[in-house]
Design a protein around this ligand. Structure first.
Ligand code: C5P
Length: 421
């Protein structure tokens, strides 16, 4: 039941009464293994809530072109390209007119113009609007531009009239999506323009990396943190991108710049990191380099905790989700290669071997983070590569060099197959 396994759909929901059927479409797509990112137009928000779309898609819903956080996490260009197919359901007369004439004055219309993938429209409107010569002209223009259509169906409309204009049923849209994805959905650019295609041993591979610490709030001003700088994880993201991979970096709070050519998602807590990782899957390679806090405060106090006569407060901790173990042990859609890190202050290799088995990953990069090593926050690292087959110890080197060598090692593992027998 995973006919769309690993496929990514960017779903634009326009403002039509049929938008409620789009919620069912999201479920149907996810049942078949596709991941769905939702975009709601202003009018779409009048028919379905961002919360319903986010809950059903399991991902953040995008609504604003100029939302700064979105631009920091993933710009509209990335969003428009990070899908195998763009689907508009319901496609209103207004959205179709904008696309036909190249207007881009909100997030949805901008994405439709900026995308490098095919677009499938599921129109929905009153029959007079559909039959209007202006709409029909736009349909002809869009078809000429290679835009795909499903529907509209003929039938009874919400307004009581009968005729063409009903949005296709969710399963019919799923069938149209499957049909579209059976073919190449990339829209080529003329030679000599556009972003240079990354080439290298990881070209065509999706690499997902976590990096940095997490911050776990205690109250609005205090949090639990650790000394991770994110330097090693960010260096790996740069090295993987330089090797041609399509890299998503999920970063905890760090003071480093986002690596160039990498799609960086910023998070604070372990739970946000897990969500961002899940939203970024599928991937060919997952590298968990983040120093995720093992515990968080049981409940975040809503107001700043005050000093009082009762003495210091007792901080109750609960365990955070283990992102590496969760991804390593996925029954469906596990990345073929999962790499973990083990930051230890003693018995580095022994602990790493135990961790490899416990977490179920393919490779552990173990390093000594005792204060004397200077690794946490420092520029250099000394690592041991632990697999089911044995241990390979590297001399101390710069974190960028560790990253480059690690990526080369991963390339050799990915081409040879996994390390586990
Ligand atoms: O269990 P420990 O924290 O020592 O394991 C380290 C490895 O597990 C690292 O790869 C780290 O990124 C990952 N990890 C995780 N989620 C956690 C704890 C650790 O992904 N909650």
């Amino acid at each position: 039941m995973a006919g769309l396994s690993g496929k990514r759909v960017l779903l634009v929901i326009g403002g039509g009464v049929a938008a409620y059927k789009t919620l069912d479409l999201i479920r149907r797509l996810r049942e078949r293994g596709a991941s769905v990112r939702g975009v709601l137009t202003r009018a779409g928000e009048q028919f379905v809530t961002p919360l319903s779309v986010a809950s059903l898609s399991g991902a953040k819903v995008h609504q604003d072109l100029f939302s700064l956080t979105d631009e920091a996490e993933m710009g509209h260009i990335e969003l428009s390209r990070d899908a195998d197919l763009v689907v508009v359901a319901p496609a209103t007369a207004d959205l179709m007119a904008k696309l036909a004439h190249g207007l881009a004055n909100d997030l949805a219309s901008t994405l439709l113009l900026a995308t490098d993938k095919k677009i499938l429209l599921a129109p929905s409107m009153n029959l007079r609007m559909w039959l209007h010569p202006a709409t029909q002209r736009n349909v002809a223009l869009l078809k000429g531009d290679g835009v795909l259509f499903t529907g509209p169906d003929v039938g009874e409309m919400a307004c009581g009239e009968y005729g063409p204009g009903r949005m296709s049923e969710p399963l019919a849209i799923v069938a149209a999506i499957e049909e579209a994805l059976d073919h190449d959905t990339a829209l080529p650019l003329p030679a000599g323009v556009g972003r240079p295609q990354p080439s290298g041993p990881l070209s065509g591979k999706r690499v997902l990396i976590t990096s940095g610490p997490t911050h776990e709030p205690i109250d609005p001003v205090r949090y639990i943190a650790n000394r991770s700088s994110g330097k090693q994880g960010h260096a790996i993201a740069r090295a993987a991108a330089a090797a041609g991979a399509q890299v998503t970096l999920v970063s905890g709070p760090v003071t480093l710049a986002d690596p160039q050519g990498v799609s960086t998602v910023h998070v604070e807590t372990a739970r946000e990191m897990r969500q961002a990782v899940e939203a970024a899957l599928p991937a060919d390679i997952f590298i968990a380099a983040a120093a995720v806090a093992d515990w968080r405060a049981e409940g975040e106090a809503r107001e700043k905790i005050k000093k009082g006569a009762k003495g210091p407060p007792v901080l109750a901790l609960v365990e955070n989700p283990d992102i590496l173990a969760t991804v390593s042990q996925m029954k469906k859609g596990r990345p073929p290669l999962v790499v973990g890190f083990a930051a230890e202050t003693e018995k580095v290799v022994d602990h790493a071997k135990a961790k490899l088995a416990r977490k179920g990953c393919d490779l552990i990069v173990a390093n000594d983070v005792s204060p004397a090593s200077g690794v946490m926050g420092g520029e250099r690292n000394c690592v041991h590569l632990v697999t089911a087959k044995g241990v390979e110890s590297w001399p101390e080197m710069d974190k960028d060099e560790v990253a480059r060598r690690l990526v080369a090692h991963i390339v050799s593992l990915a081409t040879k197959g996994k390390t586990k027998s």
